[in-house]
Design a protein. Structure first.
Length: 354
């Protein structure tokens, strides 16, 4: 009898000492839900509690229903492995449950009512650190979203860049009369860029000398342009990158040119003096020849889609012949098939982080 009393005393003393040096992880009133299927390990649920413990911890657990006679189930699992380290069913209470933690980990405490009715209870979990250096470990966890993606490989038809196709929009020579002539000394030439234009080139020549120099470019084509010389004009070859430049006479002349929308072009041709405004991407004053490659990104887009090249002869007595060439370049559409890896399904779940 004395031996039994001694063992009880020692057990109570050991428990009391353990409780004295322990740290509270949680001490809360809970409602234990009825027994259901095993809870998923990917998200928190009612009656499931997650806490982290440090290596060497001794975990102390107590669950006390507020009303006697209520039966409960408890299962303690290591979260990462899913291994069950304690399981009990049909218990009136859980008292002085102890287990050691071999390595730092998160544990799941799954509580369920054994009789199908919710149970109001007190949950008390403590940790007894292995040494003083581990007393300040934080057992609380936060939830972080993770994603699992299921991929599928399919074959699809995709557009790829094809060859550049030149389209001549303007190729004409016209007379711009002198200021004293009854014929107009201001001329406007309209043109529209086709859809899918990547860039365009204009070339302007006044009189015969620039035109002859442009015609002679077929004898000066660089490697790569020679094979196309019979079918592609020098202006188109320049836009295709087959010629480094086009002829440009540096002498001064009497022709001014601008690019405008319709409203400004009408006022310019009518010589109203004010109210017209040129675009900034290309203009020249007193030229004999000029040219430029204009990316479509730098090209204004008037409401009607029409650009106007306008010319003014500032010479008082002499009318001039002006040649204008405008070539646009579109990207030819081509298609190919390729294997494409696409997400078929994305599952989102949460994991505890400590």
């Amino acid at each position: 009898m004395k031996y039994l009393l001694l063992m009880i005393t020692l057990l109570w003393t050991g428990t009391a000492l353990a409780q004295k040096g322990s740290l509270t992880v949680t001490e809360r009133s809970i409602t234990i839900p009825p027994a259901i299927e095993a809870p998923a390990a990917t998200k928190p649920q009612d009656g499931v509690y997650y806490y982290a413990f440090q290596q060497g911890d001794v975990v102390l657990v107590q669950v006390s229903p507020e009303q006697p006679g209520r039966l409960l189930n408890l299962e303690v699992q290591e979260y990462a492995s899913g291994s069950v380290i304690y399981a009990a069913k049909g218990q009136k209470k859980i008292k002085d449950l102890r287990f050691s933690v071999p390595q730092k980990a998160v544990y799941r405490f799954v509580l369920r009512s054994a009789n199908g009715n919710p149970i109001a209870a007190q949950l008390n979990i403590k940790r007894l650190p292995e040494d003083e250096g581990k007393r300040h470990f934080n057992p609380n966890i936060t939830w972080q979203s993770r994603h699992d993606t299921t991929w599928a490989t399919t074959t699809e038809k995709v557009a790829v860049k094809g060859e550049l196709v030149p389209t001549t929009l303007v190729d004409k020579t016209f007379r711009v009369a002198s200021k004293t002539n009854l014929s107009p000394s201001r001329i406007a030439v309209p043109f529209k860029l086709p859809a899918n234009t990547t860039h365009w080139v204009y070339w302007i020549g006044v009189g015969q000398e620039p035109v002859k120099e442009l015609q002679n470019m077929t004898g000066l084509v660089t490697k790569g342009a020679a094979a196309l010389a019979s079918t592609v004009s020098p202006v188109a070859a320049f836009g295709l990158g087959l010629l480094p430049n086009l002829p440009q006479v540096k002498s001064s002349g009497s022709i001014d040119y601008y690019f405008m929308n319709k409203a400004s072009a009408d006022k310019f041709v009518a010589d109203t003096g004010t109210g017209w405004k040129p675009y900034a991407f290309g203009q020249g004053s007193g030229i004999l020849s000029d040219y430029k490659l204009v990316p479509v990104a730098q090209t204004p887009r008037p409401a009607d889609g029409t650009l106007y090249a306008v010319f003014h002869n500032s010479h008082i007595l002499t009318g001039l012949d002006v040649t204008l060439k405008v070539v646009a370049f579109t990207q030819e559409k081509q298609y190919t098939t390729r294997q494409v890896r696409k997400p078929l399904k994305i599952d989102t779940y949460q994991v505890p982080i400590f």
